[in-house]
Design a protein around this ligand. Structure first.
Ligand SMILES: Cc1cc2nc3c(=O)[nH]c(=O)nc-3n(C[C@H](O)[C@H](O)[C@H](O)COP(=O)(O)OP(=O)(O)OC[C@H]3O[C@@H](n4cnc5c(N)ncnc54)[C@H](O)[C@@H]3O)c2cc1C
Length: 368
């Protein structure tokens, strides 16, 4: 993956998630020969819709996705929310978001990186680092040499746990649980305003660019075992979103969802860690900072990581670039984490929305 130009070095990216693939594109732009190594037997993004921000779209465009991206993104408006009484919470000046289908974004990224540059069934289990570079060790005993290893291997990153022993992921302190699905649904989706309901529940439904429908329901403070199926638990949460007997689009859509299409997750996060790099190894995306999705920013921050890492590597030597990347990205992550914590503990729907507005404006105004 070097476009025929003499490479500045060879990089191995562990993980072909959205961030690993974005990083591969970004490092290629910086002049590196890049090899992506994925543990799974196939590259496939699981999940439903993914909310990303306008500046993230710009970064993906700069990485080379360009016009093809416009075919898979739909507008996501956060100007108005509802509380459970149905009252509109108008927060005024909110930068718009975009929503993409994860699988379609993943497929675009794979095609931009080139399948010939990705090897599946390659699980990174260890690495050794010396003055001259890095040796990556795979399950089964194979090894591969490179100048740089990027750990984009997600929540339970082996690369992170090797770099920072004891940095295991754990369930989010706020007991956050999320249910969601994508389905064909032709019915009217109403005004699409997200609702901030009772018992720390939130929900929204929206149309994706391909005409399918994406819904998500989430609740903080969820404890104990579930009695029902994921769909039954989701239907039960819809009741927290409205007080009266009025038509509830979200309930209709959840009820129309096939049982086995409902995804549910107890949210897990990566603890704040003291560093994201050594001389030849660097973390990006969830491997560095998996966070609760209520702030809608895990993938966006990861794509920013990818963009900034390539930008720094394109300007200077590996050691200086990793220093600069770490300083920049850790500071930004800490800010996002602070906003996320404030939102998770917001006492009322109005304060939740107000904090979200503050966050999105900050994010938008400080993007790379
Ligand atoms: C319910 C939910 C909703 C979310 N909604 C949003 C949202 O709306 N907006 C947003 O920005 N973010 C959202 N997020 C967060 C977002 O999904 C993640 O931040 C993002 O997908 C992380 O991408 P990644 O590439 O870093 O990690 P992953 O997608 O986890 O990719 C890691 C890859 O590495 C591979 N791998 C793992 N270990 C190894 C190994 N040892 N060797 C080689 N390969 C390995 C894995 O198989 C995988 O392919 C949400 C998260 C959840 C749980």
């Amino acid at each position: 993956m070097n476009d025929g130009v003499r490479a500045r070095g060879r990089a191995i990216v562990a993980g072909a998630g959205i961030v690993g693939l974005s990083t591969a594109l970004s490092l290629r732009r910086a002049g590196f020969e890049v090899a992506v190594r994925e543990r799974a037997p196939q590259v496939r993004q699981t999940g439903a819709g993914l909310g990303i921000w306008q500046h993230t779209i710009t970064e993906l465009e700069r990485l080379g996705l360009g016009p093809r991206l416009s075919e898979i993104k739909a507008e996501l408006s956060f100007d108005r929310f509802r509380d459970p009484s149905g009252a509109v919470l108008d927060v005024g000046d909110m930068p718009p978001g975009r929503v993409v289908h994860r699988r379609r974004l993943g497929a675009l990224l794979v095609s931009a990186v080139g399948e010939e540059n990705i090897r599946t069934g390659r699980e990174v289990v260890d690495y050794t680092e010396d003055e001259a570079g890095i040796v990556v060790h795979y399950a089964g005993g194979d090894q591969e040499r490179a100048d740089l290893l990027v750990g984009a291997d997600g929540l339970n990153s082996r690369v992170r746990r090797r770099l920072i022993p004891g940095s295991e992921s754990h369930y989010d302190e706020e007991g956050h649980h999320v249910w969601r699905a994508v389905l064909p649904f032709d019915g009217d989706l109403g005004d699409g305003y997200p609702t901030i309901g009772h018992h720390r529940t939130r929900g929204t439904v929206m149309r994706l660019a391909d005409g399918s429908c994406f819904w998500v329901l989430a609740q903080f403070g969820v404890t104990g075992e579930f009695a029902g199926s994921p769909k039954q638990e989701a239907v039960a949460r819809v009741e927290n979103l409205h007080d009266g007997p009025a038509r509830c689009v979200l309930r209709e859509v959840v009820l129309a969802t096939p049982e086995d299409s409902v995804l549910d997750n107890q949210v897990a996060v990566v603890p704040e860690i003291p560093r994201w790099k050594s001389n030849r190894v660097v973390l990006a995306g969830d491997a560095a900072h998996a966070m609760s999705p209520h702030i809608g920013s895990g993938a966006s921050l990861g794509i920013e990581d990818a963009y900034v890492l390539g930008d720094r590597l394109g300007r200077t030597d590996i050691a200086s670039a990793l220093d600069s990347y770490q300083t920049d990205r850790m500071a930004r992550y800490r800010q996002v984490r602070r906003h996320a914590k404030a939102m998770a503990t917001a006492p009322t729907p109005a304060s939740y929305v107000e904090l979200f507005s503050r966050y999105l404006n900050w994010l938008n105004n400080t993007a790379a």
